[in-house]
Design a protein around this ligand. Structure first.
Ligand SMILES: Cc1cc2nc3c(=O)[nH]c(=O)nc-3n(C[C@H](O)[C@H](O)[C@H](O)COP(=O)(O)O)c2cc1C
Length: 553
């Protein structure tokens, strides 16, 4: 029975409000309900169709609300009993139900800090100012910033470029020189861009992400590195240059026992897009630790790409079983170069200079042309990964800021610098970072996370959970839908183009015609005293003071 106290002269909106109120009164005071039922029954109240429907809906609404409230109360009671009886969490036991909010707020805090509280230069691993630069570059929107810099230029470690009183005039700008890697190989690689895509395996990042990188790199004229997960059809689809990485599991070029298969290696080299081979000795984020791709992520394409069974967890060893010392490393490099005819080098995060002394001595002893690596990729101790133990992430391996000049100088010391190209990686995602690396001694800079930002990554830090909200590092098809490879390929290309342009602007301001002419005299670093020192003097001083740098007798 539908009942209502009075309807005459009231608007529809007010009527609905009155209904809601009246329904509650009815629930609380059953006498009032009986009274109005009687009134309607006796014909004292007449209702229009709209009023009847509204009343009906309101009844459902209020009933549902009460039902939900009832269930809520039951849940709270249930949680109270569970919390106070469990023994694992002290907070929940001492403060049943309310204690649970701690976990909730802790989770939400990550997002709140990022959006509301963290200052522009505060966040880790990448602060908002740096990410914003990449986003703007990738979207090709106005890159200018108003009013002034939010960076403190007197903080120790700040890089300052040595501007020339007479910058290079527009008409004197020069195109960046190409650089040949492995000039003695049967097929040397002439690389055009100084900024390229660092190793990220298909598996750690999604299929649309790989497609977008491949297409974007082709547009931009830079290379992409396959990462240790092998070469998939998606790497090839854009037509960009490719560096094939040989990881510890030798995915894509392994036999059934997991050893290097020369026929597969030859087949890999037959792809004209594959320009060089990189042996991964270690990765900055997790030196001495292999990768794990859970079985659920080993789809048909990933299984085919890696050369492993579908659905089985893909676990790579923590080192190469066949490379246990410097000589074996040189043997392997020479073997890969011989089979493929293409440049071969290795990637590692540096832990000290002793290894480089050994390496350089061995190369000189055995023959520079045949045994010198064509390139060395230096990763930083604070490099990125899809997943790694926190202790290795936080504390294993030195920072590229220290190791790039250190290794460069070691190679110069042994007279090998002209034979070995240096590629630097590790949070080098803005023009300042890249220009610093070129000044400090890098021939090329590569980035992984910079390109993830260009693909739309928001630093949600969920690469290891399959829940990446932007579709970059997940195999969840629903989440991948957000990443359109065509649009994101353009962003990847824009990012490289803007990087080249702005590093060019730094070079011109320093009085040289193009980025490759930058050297150590063009940058200074602020010391603890707040004064800056030119890189050429700073690193020479370090070399003089540090016994590890001294020449072997
Ligand atoms: C999602 C992800 C996957 C990666 N996969 C590989 C890999 O397969 N092999 C490798 O040598 N490095 C890998 N890296 C490390 C990067 O290639 C790079 O060396 C490191 O992240 C530093 O560059 P960045 O600071 O620009 O990210 C990966 C990094 C990320 C973020």
């Amino acid at each position: 029975m539908l009942t209502v106290p009075c309807t005459g002269g009231v608007s529809d909106d007010d009527f609905i409000l009155v209904l809601g109120f009246w329904r509650l009164v009815q629930m609380l005071f059953p006498e009032a309900k009986k009274l109005t039922e009687k009134m309607v029954y006796e014909g004292e109240l007449l209702m229009s169709g709209f009023e009847m429907n509204s009343l009906f809906l309101m009844e459902i609404f209020v009933d549902s609300l009460l039902f939900i409230l009832g269930v809520g109360v039951l849940c709270i009671v249930y949680m109270y009993i569970v919390d106070s009886r469990q023994t694992k969490h002290a907070i929940r036991r001492n403060f049943p139900v309310v204690g649970r909010f701690r976990y909730f707020f802790e989770h939400l805090g990550e997002f709140f800090r990022q959006y509301f509280f963290a200052m522009d230069r505060e966040e880790m691993p990448f602060n908002r100012a740096k990410r914003a630069w990449v986003y703007r570059a990738a979207k090709n929107v106005d890159g200018t910033v108003a009013f002034g810099s939010s960076k403190s230029i007197s903080e120790p470690g700040a890089v300052l470029f040595v501007t020339h009183p007479f910058p290079v005039l527009t008409e004197d700008y020069a195109a960046t020189q190409t650089l040949i890697i492995g000039p003695h190989c049967r097929q040397p690689f002439e690389a055009t861009s100084f900024f390229n895509v660092s190793a990220m395996s298909f598996g750690a990042i999604s299929q649309p992400a790989v497609s977008a990188l491949s297409r974007g790199a082709a547009k931009a004229g830079c290379w992409i590195n396959t990462g240790e997960g092998g070469l998939s059809p998606h790497h090839l689809e854009g037509g960009s240059d490719i560096v094939f990485q040989i990881g510890t599991a030798k995915y894509g070029v392994r036999d059934e026992a997991g050893k290097l298969d020369d026929e597969k290696l030859l087949a890999m080299a037959a792809h004209p897009q594959v320009k060089m081979f990189e042996i991964k000795i270690s990765q900055g984020a997790k030196p001495g630790k292999g990768g794990i791709l859970p079985g659920i992520k080993v789809t048909q394409v990933i299984a085919m790409t890696r050369g492993i069974p579908i659905g089985e967890a893909s676990i790579s060893p923590n080192g190469h079983a066949d490379i246990r010392n410097v000589d074996q490393l040189l043997d392997m490099l020479a073997h890969v170069r011989e089979i493929t005819g293409k440049p071969a080098g290795f990637k590692l995060v540096v832990g000290g200079t002793r290894f480089f002394d050994e390496l350089c001595e061995a190369v000189k002893q055995r023959g520079v042309e045949e045994f010198a690596p064509d390139f060395i990729t230096l990763d930083s101790g604070d490099g990125g990964t899809g997943a790694a133990p926190q202790s290795l992430l936080d504390s294993a391996g030195l920072n590229i800021r220290e190791t790039l000049p250190m290794v460069n100088d070691k190679l110069v010391e042994y007279g090998l610098r002209d034979h070995i190209r240096l590629i630097a990686a590790g949070k080098l995602i803005t023009p300042t970072d890249v220009a610093w690396a070129l000044c400090a001694g890098a021939d090329f800079v590569v980035s992984a996370r910079g390109f993830m930002f260009a693909l739309g990554c928001i630093q949600a830090m969920q690469c290891n959970k399959n829940t990446c909200p932007t579709g970059v590092a997940t195999h969840d098809k629903d989440l991948q839908q957000g990443l359109d490879p065509t649009d994101k390929a353009t962003r990847v290309a824009n990012y490289v183009a803007q990087m080249e342009q702005e590093v060019g602007a730094i070079a011109h301001s320093c009085g040289v015609c193009e980025p490759r002419q930058l050297n150590r005299s063009h940058a200074r670093i602020v010391t603890e005293l707040g004064q800056s020192v030119p890189l050429d003097i700073l690193y020479r001083k370090q070399a003089e003071q540090n016994p590890l740098f001294s020449k072997p007798s």
